[in-house]
Design a protein around this ligand. Structure first.
Ligand code: NAD
Length: 496
């Protein structure tokens, strides 16, 4: 059996003391196993990152950036190999994997701007013969803990930027699909990154606990589910670390009565069912304003969903693949069952999806549920599957209140032709990322990504300008070079 190891100090390390199965979700079979890092392995990784820090910190930003330029090229050259690993271990279809990787590469492109990003701020003559400037210094060893649903993109949100800012990094990817992140890290080594600057440890809670408690780890970026995000944020902060912990979501789309319904349906299809709904920005609730909009939406969605194809990753004509695991499939079906029991109407039922040749795969078909209300568990919790629920309301205010009252605030979208309504929505809605006729408003790499409420713990969003702030600490220097012969007298007043 192929065992996926760790990348520590530039070497693949296999510690087999504990391992976990890695599945191919399309076949339902174990395809590999992954080593789960022990405390000793974690010690090795942290030691390597700490040892690499002094030289890396002093490497000029332009040299760090040059490595990132080469890394970008290698990612593009090896895109097929990376996407194949994502397909085999996550199940996402090749075109979806390519899109994920491309969004990840855009973060590398942003990181290539390191010399510009780290220029700092300068003020001349803040006082007589006094100049002042702020510079952004690296933190030291920082860690990233990432989820299964974007095995390439989310790690690429983190380590390229952290590294160009002068930090060394320990990545703990999801143990459910570890091969993609490992290959990506090996490409960065091939691009010329000195050993120890990026280390990858595979593992579970035991590995994460070490990262959260070891004093040498200065900051932690986390992306995953809300209960774990909250735990990570509390523990990392209690241990004096800077932390940003991005959590789960329940993203609503408002369908206004004046919306271009055919366009809204097309957009909703991809946003609700793409990647089998396993996206933190997936639209999982459609809030129809007015009965007519509700009826038209359900009718057109039902028709459009007939053409959807669920299947295995290598067939690019498939729209989406399987869920990540048998347990998750059971959980998603459990939510559909509970909605039905609570009185909602299952309009399109994906519970019994069968994919020819892949009868043991973790497939669930696209599901549409109408007449959902806010008391239902299926409405309150994140399903993370190919399930779109329709809630019907009378007014836009009612629709916005639903969204504001929900515990999550990651993404949202409004479909309308009314600019005034759209502007009011984006001004007032209590959600971090907003789309106007754009279903998945994932910010580009030169903005930053983050939700509100229980979708993010911490102050700074991921990547982009907030990422630079997160991975650096500001130091402000005030300097006087007196003109010859001029001496300051003694003063006991506060300098002004
Ligand atoms: P998860 O929380 O189960 O796991 C995320 C990471 O935390 C993994 O690396 C895992 O090994 C680790 N982990 C799990 N349990 C732990 C524990 N008890 N202690 C310490 N570490 C632990 O999430 P997942 O199932 O891999 O990913 C899906 C979730 O991630 C969804 O809720 C989704 O909404 C969320 N997500 C959020 C964003 C965002 O940007 N807000 C992006 C992608 C995914």
């Amino acid at each position: 059996m192929n065992t996926i190891g760790h990348l520590i100090n530039g070497e693949i390390i296999n510690d087999h003391s504990r391992t976990q199965d890695v599945f191919n979700p399309a076949t339902g079979e174990v395809s590999k196993e992954v080593a789960l890092a022990s405390k000793q392995t974690m010690e090795q990784a942290i030691g390597a990152a700490e040892a690499a820090f002094p030289a890396w910190r002093n490497t000029p930003p332009i040299k760090r950036a040059r490595i990132m330029f080469r890394f970008k090229e290698l990612l593009e050259k090896n895109a097929d190999a990376i996407c194949k690993l994502l397909g085999e271990e996550h199940g996402k279809i090749s075109h979806d994997a390519a899109g994920e990787l491309q969004r990840g590469i855009e973060n590398v492109e942003f990181a290539c701007g390191a010399p510009e990003l780290l220029k700092g701020e300068h003020s001349k003559n803040v006082g007589p013969n006094i100049d002042s400037w702020s510079e952004f210094q690296p933190l030291g060893v920082v860690a990233g803990i990432t989820p299964f649903n974007f095995p390439a993109m989310v790690p690429l949100w983190m380590f390229p930027l952290a590294i160009v800012c002068g930090n060394t990094f320990i990545l703990k990817p999801s143990e459910r699909n570890p091969s993609g992140p490992l290959l990506i890290a090996q490409l960065l080594k091939e691009a010329g990154l000195p050993d120890g600057v990026l280390n990858v440890v595979n593992g579970d809670k035991e590995a994460v606990d070490v990262l959260l408690s070891d004093h040498r780890i200065k900051a932690v970026s986390f992306v995953g589910s809300t209960p774990i995000a909250e735990h990570i944020y509390a523990k990392a902060s209690a241990n004096g670390k800077r932390c940003q912990a991005l959590g789960g979501a329940k993203n609503h789309a408002i369908i206004m009565p004046d919306a271009d319904m055919d366009n809204a349906v097309n957009q909703l299809l991809g946003a609700a069912f793409g990647s089998c709904g396993e996206r933190c920005m997936a639209l999982s609730v459609a809030v129809a304003v007015g009965e007519d909009a509700g009826d038209a939406l359900v009718e057109k969605m039902t028709e459009a969903m007939k053409g959807l194809k669920v299947g295995e990753f290598s067939n690019a004509s498939n729209d989406f693949g399987p869920l990540i695991s048998k347990q998750h499939k059971e959980k998603v079906i459990g939510y559909i069952n509970s909605a039905e029991k609570d009185g909602a109407k299952i309009v399109v039922d994906g519970r019994h999806a069968v994919v020819e040749g892949f009868t043991n795969g973790f497939f669930v078909g696209a599901t549409l549920i109408d007449n959902v209300n806010i008391d239902m568990i299926s409405y309150q919790e994140e399903i993370f599957g190919p399930v779109l629920q329709v809630v019907r309301v009378k007014t836009m205010q009612e629709a916005m209140k639903l969204i504001d009252d929900h515990e999550y605030g990651n993404g949202t979208c409004i479909f309308t032709r009314d600019g005034e309504a759209a502007r009011y929505f984006s001004d007032n809605i209590q959600v971090g990322m907003v789309g106007i006729n754009v279903p998945l408003p994932v910010p580009v790499a030169y903005h930053s990504f983050g939700g509100w409420k229980r979708s993010l713990f911490g102050d700074l969003h991921a990547y982009g300008p907030d990422g630079v702030r997160f991975y650096t600490k500001r130091k402000t220097i005030t300097q006087r070079w007196p003109s010859s012969g001029v001496r300051e007298g003694v003063s006991f007043s506060f300098p002004s």
